[in-house]
Design a protein around this ligand. Structure first.
Ligand SMILES: NC(=O)C1=CN([C@@H]2O[C@H](COP(=O)(O)OP(=O)(O)OC[C@H]3O[C@@H](n4cnc5c(N)ncnc54)[C@H](OP(=O)(O)O)[C@@H]3O)[C@@H](O)[C@H]2O)C=CC1
Ligand SMILES: O=C(O)C1=N[C@H](C(=O)O)C[C@H](O)C1
Length: 250
């Protein structure tokens, strides 16, 4: 069966990548390609939508897809846990069961890096995240860093909060789930993240570098193929990869 995909953000870097993947895949077909001037009604009738736009635009796109009964994969960053929870309420209020799949990072290596950090988190009281992105990225901290910090917080439900001394000083980063996150925006790179975990006499560093957008291809395809059969709000590719992270519902 062919899956008809509507791409919001089709003129952007991620959108153009998605169009190439859809063109090459036998089981995917382009339903609509939207840019900032398009009517959101173009999403309607698709088997699945992909949102890779801008944090300021993503909310309306997700809500339109939800109202139209179109499952949607949300790659756009800048979604907080609170806003994601609001989408869950919206779906429940409307008795709408179609999937809204938020994917903070389509890179399988990045998903694994965040998972490894969650597995290690209960064993180290000091944990900080340093993420670095290209200068064009408008949101900070990155969606990946927010997701990683939330997973660390969940994994430490029994161990207690991370030790983050002097966190009231701006240079100590932004606390997300109690984890200090430090954001760099600069030329010369695409996306990197380091999670540094400190214990007695040792540190453990879990690092991931995105060298090219090819890193996102497998995750985009996985999400587009699986979302049409999913239900409700899901965050991250972890469950789709069979990863069961500590402190998260099975
Ligand atoms: N989840 C993941 O793995 C990844 C997520 N991202 C995220 O994906 C998003 C897109 O990134 P990228 O492709 O690099 O961005 P680009 O700036 O290259 O493209 C943005 C796209 O969004 C469209 N757009 C911008 N503003 C609006 C609006 N108000 N309404 C509707 N469409 C709009 C643009 O259309 P127009 O041409 O008309 O301006 C363009 O098609 C970002 O949030 C980024 O952080 C990025 C990489 C990986
Ligand atoms: O804007 C980007 O480039 C990226 N955004 C996502 C994020 O906020 O984590 C994913 C990846 O890091 C690239």
């Amino acid at each position: 069966m062919t899956i008809r995909v509507a791409v919001a953000g089709a003129t952007g870097k991620m959108g153009r990548l998605a169009l190439e993947l859809i063109e090459e895949a036998d089981d995917l077909e382009l339903h609509a390609a939207l840019d900032s001037r398009s009517s959101l009604s173009e999403l309607e009738g698709a088997d699945v939508a992909l949102d890779v736009t801008h944090p300021a635009a993503s909310g309306a796109i997700v809500e339109h897809a939800a109202h139209a009964g179109v499952p949607i994969v949300v790659g756009t960053s800048g979604w907080s846990a609170e806003r994601i929870a609001e989408i869950g309420h919206l779906l429940r209020d409307r008795h709408e069961s179609r999937a809204v799949l938020f994917v903070p990072n389509f890179s399988i290596g990045s998903v694994l890096g965040s998972a490894f950090a969650a597995f290690a988190a209960p064993y180290f009281d000091s944990i900080e995240i340093v993420e670095a992105h290209h200068a064009g990225k408008v949101d900070s901290p990155s969606g990946t860093a927010v997701r990683t910090a939330e997973l660390i917080g969940a994994a430490r439900a029994d161990a207690g909060p991370v030790s983050a001394p002097h966190a009231d000083q701006r240079a100590r980063g932004q606390l997300v789930s109690g984890v200090p996150v430090h954001s760099l925006r600069m030329s010369g790179l695409l996306a990197e993240q380091r999670v540094v975990l400190g214990g007695d006499g040792e540190t453990l560093t879990i690092g991931h570098s995105t060298i090219s957008s090819a890193a996102y291809e497998a995750g985009i395809l996985l999400a587009l193929r699986r979302a049409p059969a999913m239900q409700g709000v899901t965050v991250g590719l972890d469950a789709l990869l069979g990863l069961h992270l500590p402190g998260t519902p099975r």
